[in-house]
Structures are given as structure tokens and as C-alpha cells.
Design a protein around this ligand. Structure first.
Ligand code: HCA
Ligand code: CU
Length: 397
């Protein structure tokens, strides 16, 4: 597996621009590219300069920023496109052509032999232009395997630097991707890139399977934004690889992830999903008493990702019917309140009864704790007791 030496090609500024809500100004593109560069992705892919006059200007502007990351632009397999691409000053050109029968019939109308002929012309030109050349087959997963290998072997012999497998419609399973990339690894000497869509929720697993099978490059976008419901998200891929071994992603500046996700979420007018990898609001929140107790003793009991490695904090939710007294004790200690175990247990019982009506906020639990602290009198405690609705008094909904 090539996990020890893999590169991320972040495509927020190409595939991400295909997300329905995405409209990036030049300034915003520069900001995203700069942040991605600071995070440490190895490549940044940009929309084809042939898309529009502004796309061409933006491509030139970002290629000219002098980032540490290499810049790539994406083009169709056509001479007029790749010539403009090279002229923008990018470090590499990502050429793509459809090989599935759908695309051959309903998109460009070329046969496999014609695809290879066009590829030959385009690649020969690109290889004289001092750029990295990548050749990928759109909709690889629904292409005939023999057609695919024929195309990949032909472009490999021409000397492309990278071949790309694209699961354009998100149909692949990790096992299929693994088998396809494994076979390709045996057939070509070029590096192998994987680009996977997330229509069935497999984009991260598929990218990981590709790496296990010998892929060297993975396409991502921030929050996974892209055509339809998008592609492998940068943070999700990082989480997946980190979980194998932290050292494999130590080359990236992990605390920037939250900033990247927040910035892009804001720009495309969406929220970061609550269950997002690493940056979702509940990603490091523990709730059940049993979990909280163990996490307080040793976070690794229920955490494979260490929030502090991503510049984040863990939270223990302590205002629910599932809250246990160990979590309440932890909070009392945090607040510097000297309460006896007996009192803490009593408070935990109160929290449970109250939270049976409605979950408590941290402030509400803190208030209970302060009321029970030795300075407070019995009157205050009695007032809280009054607020607790006994089960038999509950309204039946
Ligand atoms: C698309 C093209 C692409 C290209 C991927 C690649 C895909 O349909 O917009 O260049 O490897 O998913 O096939 O994004
Ligand atoms: Cu795509």
C-alpha cells in the first residue's frame, strides 16, 4: 500500500466549483488556495481555463501565486484545451475523457481506438511542455475493464506521469476499487490517482481502498463539495488515514481543517454537517454516563481521533437523562467546587429527573452545582426540588 507516500490533490477549486451553491470570486479562490497550501495539500486543481474568460484569468492568477503546492488544471482531451491550459502557467494538466459506453454514446461519440488516437496527439504535445501530465478515464467504473486497461496501457507507454481512475457516478464499492487499482498497478508504471464521488457514501472508503491497492494520489475537496453530493472530503480522508497511523498525516497542518471547513461552508452557504468528520459539532462530544466515565479516565477508550491534534476540544455532555455522576464530579472539579460524593450523586439524580422533561444546558447544570455547593443554604436546594416534576405529574403527550 502506498499510504506511506501518498499525495492529496484538492479539487475544491475545480470539482468544488461544480457544487450547486458554489460561486467563488477571484479573491475567494485565492483565499481557498492559500489556506489549502498552508494546510499542506500537495496539489490544487483548478477549473479549466476554457470554462469562461474569468476562469482563465483565475487559473493564471493562482498558478502565479508561487504556492508551495503544485497547481493543476483540468481539461478535456482536446488540443485546443490543453494548449490554453499550458499557457496559464500551471504545473500540471489533468486530461480526462469518458470511456464508458454512456459517455462514448451520449457525450463525445468516440470509439476506444479514436480515444487512444486523440490521447496520443494531446499527450505528445503536453510532454514537450514541461508540465506534469495526468490522463484519466471518466466513468471508469462503468467502462469495460478491457477498454480501460487498453487506454491506460497506451497512455502509460506514451509516458504520462499519472493515470486517473474516476468513479464519476459514485457506483464503486471499496472491493471493486481495490481490485481495479491493484490490477492497474501491475499494468502501468505511472502514478495512479483516484477520484471518487459520494452518491452512495463510499467516497472515503473507496479512496482508502485505492491507496491500499497502490494508488499514489487521491482527489478531495473541502467538505466534499462537488457535482451532486460531491466527492471524498478532505477532512474525512485525513481522519481515515490518521486512524491507521497519526504519523501518516503529520505532514499536514491539521488544526487548519476547522478553518478550511468553516470558510468553505460560509462561502457556499451551507452549515458544516453535525456529523462531519473531525469538524462536525458533535464529533468530540460524549454523552452516556458509561462513555463519559471512561473518557474522563482515558479518552482513548472512546476516541480514535485526538481532538487536540486538530486544535479542538472534547466535550462531555452533562445535562441529559443518560448523565452519570462521574461527569458531574468532573464538572464540579472544573468549577473548583468542593462537593462530597454524596452531594454529587444527589445532583446527578436531580439532573436525570429534570432532563427527563427536557435536556439541561451546561449553564443549568452549573447552576445546580453552585446551589449545592457548601456556601448555599437549604432554601435554595428546596427551590430546585420544587422545579422537579415528579413522574406521576407528567403530562402524557
Ligand atoms: C466530471 C469529471 C470528473 C473528472 C475526474 C477526473 C469525474 O464528471 O465532472 O478528472 O479524474 O468525476 O469523472 O470530475
Ligand atoms: Cu468528479
Amino acid at each position: 500500500m502506498s499510504l506511506e507516500k501518498f499525495s492529496i490533490i484538492d479539487s475544491t477549486l475545480r470539482e468544488g466549483e461544480q457544487f450547486v451553491n458554489a460561486f467563488f470570486t477571484t479573491e475567494q479562490k485565492v483565499r481557498i488556495a492559500t489556506l489549502l497550501d498552508a494546510f499542506g495539500v500537495e496539489y490544487i486543481e483548478l477549473t479549466t481555463p476554457r470554462a469562461s474568460p474569468q476562469s482563465e484569468k483565475d487559473c493564471r492568477a493562482i498558478a502565479g501565486l508561487g504556492l508551495r503546492a503544485k497547481t493543476l488544471t483540468h481539461t478535456r482531451c482536446a488540443m485546443e484545451d490543453v494548449k490554453v491550459a499550458v499557457d496559464t502557467g500551471v504545473d500540471g494538466v489533468d486530461v480526462v475523457i469518458g470511456t464508458s459506453s454512456y459517455l462514448r454514446k451520449f457525450s463525445h461519440g468516440k470509439s476506444i481506438v479514436q480515444i487512444i488516437e486523440t490521447a496520443q496527439e494531446v499527450i505528445q504535445y503536453l510532454l514537450t511542455q514541461n508540465v506534469e501530465v495526468r490522463f484519466s478515464t471518466e466513468d471508469s467504473l462503468r467502462s469495460e475493464t478491457e477498454d480501460l486497461y487498453q487506454v491506460y496501457e497506451a497512455v502509460d507507454q506514451m509516458g504520462v506521469h499519472r493515470v486517473g481512475v474516476a468513479d464519476t457516478v459514485g457506483i464503486g464499492t471499496p472491493r471493486q476499487i481495490y481490485d481495479l487499482v491493484k490490477e492497474l498497478r501491475a499494468r502501468v508504471k505511472a502514478d495512479i490517482e483516484f477520484h471518487g464521488h459520494n452518491d452512495t457514501g463510499c467516497a472515503i472508503a473507496n479512496a482508502f481502498a485505492a491507496l491500499e491497492a497502490g494508488a499514489t494520489h487521491v482527489d478531495t475537496s473541502i467538505l466534499g463539495i462537488g457535482e451532486r453530493n460531491g466527492i471524498t472530503p478532505l477532512g474525512g480522508l485525513v481522519a481515515r488515514i490518521y486512524a491507521v497511523d497519526h504519523a501518516l498525516v503529520s505532514k499536514y497542518h491539521l488544526p487548519l481543517l476547522l478553518h478550511l471547513d468553516q470558510a468553505v461552508a460560509h462561502l457556499v452557504n451551507v452549515d458544516i454537517p453535525f456529523n462531519n468528520y473531525i469538524t462536525g459539532f458533535s464529533a468530540f462530544t460524549h454523552k452516556a454516563g458509561i462513555h463519559a466515565k471512561a473518557v474522563l479516565n482515558n479518552p482513548e477508550t472512546y476516541e480514535i481521533l485526538r481532538p487536540e491534534d486538530f486544535g479542538l476540544n472534547r466535550y462531555i455532555h452533562i445535562g441529559s437523562r443518560l448523565t452519570g455522576w462521574n461527569a458531574i464530579r468532573y464538572r464540579a472539579d472544573q468549577l473548583g467546587l468542593k462537593l462530597k460524593d454524596r452531594q454529587i450523586k444527589e445532583i446527578a439524580e436531580k439532573v436525570k429527573v429534570m432532563a427527563d422533561q427536557q435536556q439541561l444546558t451546561l449553564d443549568e447544570v452549573d447552576r445546580l452545582l453552585s446551589i449545592y455547593s457548601p456556601e448555599n443554604d437549604e432554601q435554595a436546594v428546596a427551590e430546585v426540588d420544587e422545579r422537579i416534576v415528579e413522574p406521576e405529574e407528567q403530562e402524557v403527550l
